[in-house]
Design a protein around this ligand. Sequence first.
Ligand code: SF4
Ligand code: SF4
Length: 212
Amino acid sequence: MLRDLLIDRELFGKIRKEILKDQNEDDSKLEMDLFEKAVLKKLRKKRSLKKFKKKGVNRSDLKEIIELADIVSLEILGGPSNYQIAEEHPEWCNNCGACCKESSPIFIHKDEINALIMFNPDLKPEIIQNRLYEDHFQFKEDKPCKFYDPEIKRCKIYDSRPQVCRNYPLMMIGVGNKTRNIINLRYNCNYAVNLVLEKSMMLFDEAIRRLE
Ligand code: SF4
Ligand code: SF4
C-alpha cells in the first residue's frame, strides 16, 4: 500500500523484472532474501510502525519499501542518486574485504588498461579479455582477487584499482539499450545494506507524508 503512493505498481513490476532478469538463479534469490532481511531488521529500529497501524500500515509495507529501494533511484522522486548517497557515507564500508574476496569477474574497461599497466607493469599477464563483452577485460584470477592482501585487509594496487572496484557496491548494468547504476545487493556488505536502509527511510518518510 505505501509503495503504491510512490510508484505505479505496473511500472515497479516492469523495472524489477528488467533488472532481475539475469539474476533469477536460486543463489541470487537466497542472497536477496538475506539482504532484505538485514535491511528490514535495521529499518524496524529506525521507523516504528505503531503510530501508523490505525492507518493500515504494517510490516509488509516495510518489505515493499525495501524492494523499491533495492532497485529504483530516488531521482525519480527528485531525490539524490545512489552515487550521491554513497559518496556522502564512506564510513559505511567496514573494510571487511568481501567484495575483493567474492566478486567475479572483476571487470576492467578497455579504456583503463593502458593506465593500469603503466602504473603496474607486472599486471599485464594477469589481465585477460572478457568472453562476453568485447570492451571489457578481467583479472585472470579472482574469488579472491589476487591483489587483495588479507594481512593488511587492503588492495595492493589501491591507487590504480579498476573503476568497478572504486564504485562498489554500485555497479552498472545494461537494461535494454540504456545503462543503469544499481546496488549490488550483497547481504554481507555493510555499505550496500546501509545504502538501501538510507533510501528505504527516505522512501518511507515520503510515503507517510503522502498518506497523511
Ligand atoms: S564495500 Fe562492502 S563488501 Fe566491500 S569492504 Fe566495504 S563493506 Fe565490505
Ligand atoms: S583490484 Fe583491489 S579493490 Fe579491486 S577486487 Fe582486487 S583487491 Fe579488491
